[in-house]
Design a binder for this molecule. Structure first.
Ligand SMILES: Cc1cc2nc3c(=O)[nH]c(=O)nc-3n(C[C@H](O)[C@H](O)[C@H](O)COP(=O)(O)O)c2cc1C
Length: 446
């Protein structure tokens, strides 16, 4: 299995005048998780500024102007999402934090929660105020026990200190946060499944529309964002939209937490301005690969693999540039795939993950991914492949694509289709000879 550094390697060695480490400035700092230290570093000043000097509309507008796009994977503009909430009509409304972080290759939110939980709570206060929600739900991945403990402590401290509760900062705004541990499934990170899970239901995705702004938690107006999105909002309010938008590229603003896993000298989490290149991340910050690499996954395991070459390495890590190369920025979780590793085995490892995590609600995912696709990969990697198997995988993947109820099945097809496009010879070699072209079993073995 993938090994990542016990503590993330920090952070950017960038020296640009424009750029400073922002989201991760407290990560790795002894004691930074406490309220006392957070306040010493200017903590909760942004929330105070929002609640006492800005209208909710002005907060939404500031976040819109900043260009922040959701960091949970899809990159939807955050301010625009906040503006989708219906006008207040007396009903309870919710702000939800998606802290389920389960996509292989993604491990940025974890350290934000472990080492700087108040930053997240402050972001939720700001977002709650902006959308008029007096209740927040913080849904944290079940396996992230340390994150849960740190958040629980932080919630108690913030409540005792008056940063959560009634009449915050002397305003009329009340806000409380409900901390909820996840149910141990990747599908719980899909926003509507998360809401079902929070309500105590089976974590199946819901039909959209209605979208969460219309009918979210308990059928009430809800906005959901990722941990890093909330953390970013704190700094946007503190330093202004113009400051935030001065970093990044045309379609991707601000700073981003990139993650590197696989055979790199210093795997870990690195904060960089949007649009830094893969080369800078992998070679300058993560110390370069420790063995020859043939492909990289740019943004968590669901994003299509890219060949590891100069063209890819010089690609800016922003939404538009990676999309032009046929993949996605996703969560910014970069996974390196060694040259000597059989690509079919590596992909099988991911197919197994998605098959296991399929909730079983819809047929294309249940029968397609968990059934047929799984059996075809099993057949190939166990040396029982035969002529036509590779074509069959290809046809199946085309037939499943876009047909499932939620994006989980397509997420599995990211590595399947891209590995086929890039390394078809390895698939055919395995089907023909029964043995893989590359036999290395290492950190990423099936
Ligand atoms: C199968 C699946 C798993 C997901 N897991 C997560 C997750 O763990 N964390 C997350 O923030 N978003 C996850 N998402 C995306 C969420 O559905 C949602 O788009 C996101 O929380 C919105 O926040 P953002 O706009 O701040 O990115 C997942 C989506 C799918 C389809």
């Amino acid at each position: 299995m993938t090994t990542i550094a016990e503590k993330p390697q920090l952070i950017s060695s960038r020296k640009d005048a424009q750029f400073e480490v922002t989201l991760y400035k407290n990560v790795g700092v002894e004691g930074a998780h406490t309220l006392e230290t957070y306040l010493e570093g200017g903590g909760y000043k942004a929330a105070k500024k929002a609640l006492t000097t800005m209208t909710p509309e002005a907060v939404v507008d500031e976040v819109k102007r900043s260009g922040l796009r959701g960091r949970g994977g899809a990159g939807f503009p955050t301010g625009l999402k906040w503006s989708f909430m219906p006008k207040p009509d007396g009903r309870q409304r919710f702000i939800v934090c998606n802290a389920d972080e389960s996509e292989p290759g993604s491990f940025k939110d974890r350290y934000l929660m472990e080492d700087d939980p108040h930053q997240l709570l402050e972001g939720m206060v700001i977002a709650g105020y902006a959308i008029g929600a007096t209740k927040g739900v913080l849904y944290v991945r079940g396996e992230y026990y340390k994150s849960y403990e740190r958040l629980r402590e932080a919630l108690a401290e913030a409540t005792a200190g008056g940063y959560l509760g009634k009449g915050l900062f002397g305003s009329e705004f009340d806000f409380e946060i409900i901390l909820h541990r996840g149910a141990g499934a990747y599908i719980c990170g899909e926003e509507t499944s998360l809401m079902n899970s929070f309500e105590g239901l089976r974590a199946n995705p819901r039909l959209k529309p209605p979208f969460p702004a219309q009918a979210g938690v308990y059928g009430l107006p809800t906005t959901i964002n990722n941990v890093e999105s909330f953390a970013s909002a704190v700094h946007i309010i503190a330093k202004g939209a113009d400051w935030y938008a001065s970093m990044g590229t045309d379609d991707s603003k601000g700073t981003k937490l990139y993650q590197v896993s696989g055979p790199a000298a210093k795997p870990g989490v690195y904060e960089l301005p949007m649009g830094a290149t893969f080369r800078e991340l992998i070679f300058e910050l993560a110390g370069g690969p420790t063995e020859p690499i043939k492909a990289l996954i740019p943004g968590g395991s669901s994003t299509p693999m890219l060949a590891f070459n100069d063209e890819t390495l010089d690609t800016p890590m922003d939404y538009g540039s990676i999309a032009k190369k046929g993949s996605m920025l996703g969560t910014g979780g970069v996974i390196l795939i060694p040259q000597e590793k059989c690509i079919v085995n590596a992909t099988w490892n991911l197919v197994r993950f998605y098959a296991h995590e399929s909730c079983g609600k819809c047929t294309p995912c249940r029968e397609g991914i968990s059934g047929w696709m799984t059996k075809m990969y099993q057949k190939l990697v166990s040396g029982r492949g035969e002529a036509g198997d590779v074509e069959l995988i290809e046809i199946m993947s085309r037939n499943i694509k876009g047909k499932a109820f939620c994006p989980l099945a397509d997420a599995c097809l990211g590595p399947v289709q891209s590995s086929l496009a890039l390394f078809r010879d390895e698939y055919e070699h395995l089907a023909e000879h029964g043995t893989p072209k590359y036999t290395k079993t290492n950190w990423w073995s099936a």
